[in-house]
Design a protein around this ligand. Sequence first.
Ligand code: DP6
Length: 385
Amino acid sequence: MIVTCIAPVNIAVIKYWGKRDEELILPLNDSISATLNTDQMHAKTTIMASPSFKEDRMWLNGREVPMDSPRIQNCLKEMVARAERAGAVRYSSLAACRLRVCSENNFPTAAGLASSAAGYACLVFTLAKLFGLEGDISGIARLGSGSACRSVLGGFVRWHKGSAADGCDSVASQVVPASHWPELRILILVVNDAQKATGSSVGMKTTVETSELLKLRVAECVPARVDSITEAIREKDFRKFGELTMKDSNQLHAVCLDSFPPLFYMNSVSHAIVNFVHLYNATDLQVAYTFDAGPNACLFVLEENLPRLVATINHVFPPGNNSTKYFQGIPVAVPHINEDVLKLGMEPKEAGSLKYIISTRLGAGPHEVPDHLLTTAGEPRSATT
Ligand code: DP6
C-alpha cells in the first residue's frame, strides 16, 4: 500500500511561544495562523507499507534519517492507538507491515522557513490516509511539532491551548476557509543570512524559565488579541488584522529579548523591513509584517495594493546579482516606482540584502496526490545518500 500527500506551511499571526508540557507539546496560549497555498510551498510525503520490509526506514530531503526520534515515534504511537480504537479497516491489514517514509520540501529548508510544521503535518496526514483513519488529526500532528497542528487545516486556523492534562483538547480548528479572503496576498521575504538561530523548542524553554514579560503576554495580551483578530479576520478588516499581527510579532521578539540569556532572531535586515513597513504605512495601514524564530519576514497585503508594494520593495531592497529569480511563486508584475513613494524618504538598502521573495496566498490545507516519491520497491526516486 502506498499513499502520497502534500501539506502546507503556516505562518502564525498570534504566536505560540512557550509550553506547559514539553513531552505532550501543550502550549501556554492559543495561537492563530494563516495556512499558505501548497502550489507555492509544501512538504510532500510518500508512505509505503509492506510485510516484506524488514525494518522502518525514512528519507528526508534526499538523505536517510533515523525514524526513532521521540517526536516521530510519538506521532506513530498515537496514530496506531487511534486506529486501533477506531477499528480503522485498512489499519488491521497493516499491522504486520513495516514502513518506508520519504519526505521532501519544495522550498529550501536552509531558508529557515517553517519546514517542520509542514513536514509533521504531512507525515501525520499521510499516515491517516494510509491507515484509513477519519476525523481530526491535529492533536497527533501537535506531538511532532506544536505549530504542525495548524497545518492540517486550511484558511485561518486556531490552535486551542486546551486544559486537559493529557492534551486531548489541545487541538486546531478552522476560523475561516481560504475562500473567505481571496484578496489577501502574502509575500515571504527571505533574508540573506547564514547565521543559525537557536531552535524554537530550546528558545521557548529559555523564555518560559526566565521571562517575566511572558507571564503578562500569556495572561492578558494573547487572550484579548485572539478574540480581536478572529473578529478582524471574520470581518475582513485588514487594518485591524494588520495592526494586531505586527504587535504580536513585536511582542514575541520582545519576550525573546526578555529571556535570559536573550534570544535574537531578527537581524539588521529584519529591522530595516519593520522600519520600511511603518514608513510605507504612514498615512494608511496597507501592509503588515510578522517574524518567526528567524530573520525572514512574512508580509500581508491586499491584492489591490500589491503592485505598489512590490515596486517599492524592489526599489528599497534591490536584488543582488546572483542568478536566483527575485520574485518567485505567483507571478507578480514589478511596475515602476511611484513618485509619491519616493517622497516617503526611504533610502535603498544594500543590493542583495534579501535573497528572494516568494509570492503566495492562503491555501486549503493538505491533500493526497498521485505521484509517489518511492519506487514500487520502496526506494526513494531521488536520493543523495
Ligand atoms: C515562532 O512549533 O517549531 O514559529 O513545538 O517545539 O516544535 P515546537 O516548536 P515550533 O514553534 C513555532 C514557533 C513560532 C511561532 C508559531 O508558529 O506560532
